[in-house]
Design a binder for this molecule. Structure first.
Ligand code: AMP
Length: 190
């Protein structure tokens, strides 16, 4: 199985690159942000739990996210592999993911980390706000908070995968196809 963690700050291009990778490698997409947005639009219990955190640009508590991802992985059955987009976002989530993947006998193959400068992230999120309909894209203060949360809570996940020799840095600047090419060449070396 090919199990990829696609990592990076908000606005790095994880969603866009995931779509291209799913097509090329026939992977099953697990985007925690998309799962939360679906639950919020359907007013499920999970959606109601997550909304206040998401709208403020904060992380949803680990136990909520981990439970959601575990069920998704377990209910996926026989698949070629997973692309995890927006998860793990804390070291506790990364550890929990390792436990689940070990249990199913298919560990994470690599963590590909998209690197984009903060100014470019702000510019991309501000542009995306015009069409995304996402409350957390609309307000510059929320955007700044998401970037702050990335540095304080999410960036430490890099060291977790570095220690396992699984972290690969990818320059996330340039055109979409060019970045896709860089990601594929890392995957094809696995
Ligand atoms: P995204 O679409 O990945 O930018 O996620 C949108 C929002 O959902 C984030 O700003 C968080 O509030 C929440 N979220 C998504 N994934 C996670 C996660 N792995 N851990 C905690 N919160 C998350």
């Amino acid at each position: 199985m090919l199990n990829i963690v696609l990592f990076g700050p908000p606005g790095a291009g994880k969603g866009t690159q995931s779509e291209l990778l799913i097509k090329k490698y026939q992977l099953t997409h697990i985007s925690t942000g998309d799962l939360f947005r679906k639950n919020m639009s359907e007013n499920t219990e999970l959606g109601l739990k997550a909304r206040s955190y998401i709208d403020a640009g904060n992380l949803v508590p680990d136990e909520v996210v981990i439970g959601m991802v575990e069920s998704k992985i377990k209910e996926s059955g026989d698949v070629k592999g997973f692309i995890l987009d927006g998860f793990p976002r804390t070291v506790a989530q990364a550890k929990a993911l390792d436990v689940v993947m070990t249990k199913i006998g298919h560990p994470i193959s690599a963590m590909l980390s998209l690197e984009v400068a903060d100014d470019e992230l702000r510019a991309r999120l501000t542009e995306r706000a015009k069409t995304s309909g996402r409350a957390d894209d609309q307000d510059p203060e929320k955007i700044n908070n998401r970037i702050r949360v990335y540095y304080s809570e999410t960036q430490p996940v890099i060291s977790f995968y570095e220690a396992q020799g699984k972290h690969k840095a990818i320059k996330g600047l340039g055109d979409i196809q060019g970045i896709h090419g860089l990601i594929c060449s890392e995957i094809d070396q696995l």
